[in-house]
Design a protein around this ligand. Structure first.
Ligand SMILES: Cc1cc2nc3c(=O)[nH]c(=O)nc-3n(C[C@H](O)[C@H](O)[C@H](O)COP(=O)(O)OP(=O)(O)OC[C@H]3O[C@@H](n4cnc5c(N)ncnc54)[C@H](O)[C@@H]3O)c2cc1C
Length: 481
């Protein structure tokens, strides 16, 4: 018998099978094994099984709690042998659930699970879950989360009153990885001090993520909750400059967590890169977010294809630029930025020049005046699994500009670490991925300092894993004495 339910199910399924390549799923499970949310939520979330449910019962799956857990880190997509875009599939289910008014109870259940299992739930909801994408009012969802978070914290604090654990821990940096470590360890009764080089706590959450995505009052509240647990946050204290790494042991810290992020900008070595008006995206975003008078050009060219490039271009337009162009050397398909972010900046008026790379920056009186570019074409796959861009000879063209923003990648700045902490070839910290221990006993690391630029949810996952290992390590020290 053909019912309305069957017709709707068929409709949803057909849409997903074709546009999002659902029919190519091999059920290998790689998506689940690399998903930070699956690790944080345990049995409550299994993306591979969720895909299977979508095929068997799309309408029923729309009303499940699980469709609300995807945190848009795209780890699944990057590792999937078939490059399935799971986040897009789950977003379609979310929006349909909201359109059909089937979302209220599943969403409330999901939010409760998030509060119970994910440290920094306010931040995670704002920057990872993006409720507004499914046409929900972000403010209301954040209010709901805050209410159950306060209750959760009250209960946890009562449980903690019985626990005092031996051992002080030093945490370097105050981004999401570090704040997670501080939260988790302080809940277990350990004393925690966070050292932050910048005058404000929050890492990239404070420094670069646009206020429209993460209202600063939300971040302040989240940090306030962590301070209320007794965590000491020392801002404007850079380890390696104001305090040496070895001083930390002298000052009685028994373990150290390195959550220093990836804040060293990679500059393209091209002619004119040192002209006035050429800046790196992180410096530009920080100058805007720190309340200073950011210098914004009228015609801005942003080089790069990731979320940082997109945020920089959007911010430039918001701050008074008349024109913003993103220059990306591969095709749209390979752009690492989230597809909806790309669509949104285009709608806001940002032009995206694909398959084009900068050749040199031209200046006048020490300031940028134009950028010479060259058209690219895609060749064979390179070691990153993407088609390699190669220049097309003789295809040079010039774009007039008075500001060039490099959004061409960041690496960690870890010169303050002792040589016993081994680094990988790309400058990230080597860790045992199961424990987040570094090669130096008592030192743990996580977040962008280990992965290179990634996402908030991956940093939270790493922080939670490291806090577990640090707890075990401190208990083992207690047994030795
Ligand atoms: C423009 C932009 C937009 C982004 N948007 C999103 C998004 O929408 N969603 C998402 O999931 N992710 C986003 N990200 C990525 C996300 O912000 C990072 O992956 C995440 O913040 C990494 O967390 P972390 O704790 O490892 O380090 P960070 O957040 O980078 O924090 C590290 C902190 O350590 C401090 N530090 C470094 N060295 C020292 C030292 N020697 N002593 C003391 N302190 C030190 C730094 O000052 C910094 O505050 C964005 C990133 C950028 C740049």
């Amino acid at each position: 018998m053909v019912t309305t339910k069957n017709i709707e199910s068929k409709e949803i399924l057909e849409e997903l099978l074709d546009t999002e390549k659902l029919k190519y799923c091999f059920e290998c499970g790689i998506c689940t094994s690399c998903c930070p949310m699956a690790e944080l939520l345990g049995r409550d979330y299994n993306p591979r099984q969720l895909l299977e449910k979508v095929v068997l019962d799309p309408k029923g799956t729309m009303a499940s709690n699980e469709i609300w857990f995807c945190a848009w880190c795209y780890c699944c997509h990057r590792h999937c042998p078939q490059a399935l875009k799971l986040p897009e599939i789950f977003l379609r289910l979310r929006t349909r659930a909201v359109d059909d008014q089937q979302h209220t109870e599943p969403l409330n259940n999901a939010l409760r699970k998030i509060v119970q299992n994910i440290p920094l739930p306010l931040v995670a909801t704002a920057v990872c879950l993006h409720p507004e994408r499914a046409n929900l009012e972000k403010k209301k969802i954040l209010e709901k989360i805050e209410e159950s978070y306060l209750e959760h914290l009250r209960q946890k604090k009562m449980e903690r009153a019985q626990k005092v654990s031996e051992g002080k821990v030093a945490v370097i940096g105050s981004g999401p990885a570090s704040l997670t470590v501080a939260y988790e360890l302080s809940m277990k009764g350990y004393g925690v001090t966070v050292f932050e080089a910048l005058p404000y706590a929050g890492g990239m959450l404070r420094k670069c993520i646009p206020e429209s995505r993460l209202p600063r009052e939300i971040l302040e509240k989240e940090i306030g909750f962590i301070r209320d647990l007794g965590v000491e946050i020392k801002t404007a204290v850079a380890v390696g400059k104001d305090v040496s790494f070895s001083d930390l042991w002298r000052d009685g810290y028994k373990a150290v967590f390195v959550g220093a992020g990836a804040h060293k900008s990679q500059h393209l070595k091209i002619e004119g890169a040192d002209l006035g008006g050429v800046v790196h995206a992180l410096d530009f975003l920080w100058s805007v977010n720190s309340g200073g008078n950011a210098d914004v050009g009228k015609k801005v060219v942003v080089i790069g294809g990731g979320n940082v490039a997109v945020d920089a271009a959007k911010t430039a337009l918001c701050k008074g630029a008349c024109e913003a162009v993103i220059l990306y050397r591969r095709s749209r398909e390979e752009m690492p930025a989230i597809p909806w972010e790309i669509k949104e900046v285009e709608e806001a008026g940002v032009k995206i020049e694909l398959l084009a790379a900068p050749k040199r920056i031209l200046g006048e009186n020490g300031r940028v005046k134009a950028i010479e570019c060259i058209r690219m074409q895609l060749d064979e796959l390179d070691e990153s699994g993407r088609r390699k861009p190669v220049p097309i000879e003789g295809s040079e063209f010039t774009v007039e500009t008075d500001m060039v923003i490099f959004a061409t990648g960041e690496t960690p700045d870890l010169g303050f670490l002792p040589s016993q902490v081994e680094l990988n070839e790309d400058g990230t910290v080597w860790v045992n991925p199961l424990t987040m221990e570094t090669s130096l006993q008592g030192v743990f690391a996580g977040g962008d300092a280990v992965t290179g630029p990634a996402t908030v949810i991956e940093a939270i996952r790493a922080g939670k894993c490291a806090a577990r290992s640090i707890g075990k390590y401190l208990r083992s020290l207690g047994r030795e004495t």
